[in-house]
Every structure is written in C-alpha cells, then in structure tokens.
Design a protein around this ligand. Sequence first.
Ligand code: SF4
Length: 353
Amino acid sequence: MSKIVKIGNVEIGGGMPIAVQSMTNTDTKNVERTLEQIKALENAGCKIVRLSVYDEECVEALREIKRKTRLPLVADIHFDYKLAIKSIEVGIDKVRINPGNIGARWKVKEVAKAASDHGVAIRVGANMGSIDKHYFEKFGDRIDALVTSAMDEVEMLESVAFDNIVVAVKSSNAVETILANERIAKLTDHPIHLGVTEAGIYEDAVVKSAFAIGHLIHEKIGDTIRISIAGDPVREVFVAYSILRAVQAIEGIEIVACPTCARSEINVEELAKEVKNELRGIKTNLKVAVMGCFVNGIGEARDADIAVFGTKSGGVIYENGIKTGVVERKKIASTLKEMVKKRLEGGENIADR
Ligand code: SF4
C-alpha cells in the first residue's frame, strides 16, 4: 500500500479515497475568474485543483486565491525553480515540478528544502512527450524510458531526504499509461497520480481515460486522478466520478438509460441528464433506470432499484420491480430524488402522485 501524503486538508494514498483533481484553464492572474472556476470545480466534487504559475504575477494572484478558497491548490511550475519556492511561501499545498526542465540538481534541492520547511508535497514524474531523449536512446523500450525517467526524479528528491512525494507517469496513449503505471506501482510506495495526458477532445478523452484509469483503479493502482479533456474542466470532474463509479471505487448512484428506438415515448437523453443532475452527489449505491417505454423497458430495467418508463404524458415509476406511481413529465426528476432520499431515511416511497 502507498504512503499517505497530505495535500492541504486532503490525504491521498494509504488506502484513502481516490481524490479527483482538475486544473483551471483561466489565466491565474485573473483572480476573480479563477476563483469562479475553482468554485465550479468544488461544486462538481473536485478535491484538489492545479493552477499554472508561469510568472511572479501569478504567484501574487495565488496568494489571494489561496486566501479565498478551501480547496487544496497545486502550483504547476516549469523551468523556474524560484516560482516553485515563492508559490510554497505564499501557501500553496503542493507543487508539480518537472526536474528535467527546472535544471541543475541544486535548484531541485532548493525547492525540496522549501517544500520540506512548509510541509508541502511535490509531484514529480514524467510524460512520454517530454522526457529527455537520452532515456529513449538508452532504453529501446518506451515504457522503460518513461518509468526510469520518473524514478530518477523520485530518487533525486529522496537523495535530499525529501519524502513527501507524489509520482505520475503519463502518456497520451492509454495502453502505455497502463503499462507504465503497473510498472511504477511495483517500484515505489509513494502515492500515484493517474492521468492520460493530452487525452484529446471530449469523446476521445473519455474513452482513453475510462480504459486506462478504469483498468488501473480496478487493479488497485492510483491514489488521485485527473481526466484531461480539452475544454471546460468541470466536465473532467464529472467524468472522473463516472469512471470511479463504473469500477465501483466509490459509492454513487448509477443512472442507466435505454438507447431508445421507435417505441420511445419520451426524450430519454434529456430526461436521463435531468435525473443525473438531480441525483448528483448523493452518496448511496443505487441503480436508477430511465427507459423510453413500458413495452420492453420493464424487462430491460429488471436490475434497477428505481426505474421510470416513459409515457406520452410523463412516466410510470417502479421501485424494486413494483409499480409505485404515475408522474407527470416535469415532476419525474424531483420525484426520483425524493424517493432516493426516502430510501436513505428508510421511509416509505412517495412516488404515488
Ligand atoms: S425501453 Fe422501449 S424505447 Fe427504450 S430501447 Fe427498449 S423498447 Fe426501445
């Protein structure tokens, strides 16, 4: 089992719940917009947020942002070790550095000393796209190159008695991401941050991440995850939780929906999204089915704890395979939410209206 590392008020590793991370894509210097995005990420369930820190003005913005959010923040630093140290001094909870582009070993040591003095974690590791080419020359195998590059960074920090480390090995290729993380998990007991880097636009990123991260989590590898998707980062958090639920790494309500066909009597996609939004964040293991019609739906939703079958005017609701009521369209989502809440309280169902 990995060691526990504290990132602000969140502990990762050591069997703690897998922490979902994301990264702001506002300009860090725009404090107001960045705080708005951090709030949106927090509301979606994000536990740790990373921000790009590319100059001293960003560090000053970080100082203010840190005062106005409770979420643990990670400073993403490239090239300038002084920015890492200054970010630590203004209260950041973790720094992500790339020792390969920070430069001389003494600079990495300075960052480690500052992090040690302030109880701040450092994430190191390697991305397939940015590792030094000598690793590829030395090892014919790309996975060997990636893993060795990351382990060299870990060992560099360990050599200066720094142990508050999170490690990541990433590739934009899902299979390489799996193979590299399986290898690194055998070599280190530092917590592992999982992600498929530069995963692409929504559908490609979701498929790659579900495949790689889902597989690794199922193998009990990984302590924190970030789903990299081009665009709005809030979607990264939603997808992260979908993956964790799919591999049963967390409690949560699973919404299943039929693909629809000519028999459908309701807009299933629209309703399923509405139901998902209504039930988001409720911590219980339940399966809720949204089905387009009653004809075939009853069989197809057999496994669901709660199911709604579309009709011309709304939906018929079943609980544990027993019909409990008929609900008009606009009340379906709120009715399902009340039913779930009643189940959590152990009360009667309230769908008969
Ligand atoms: S539940 Fe009804 S609408 Fe949905 S796929 Fe089955 S038959 Fe078609």
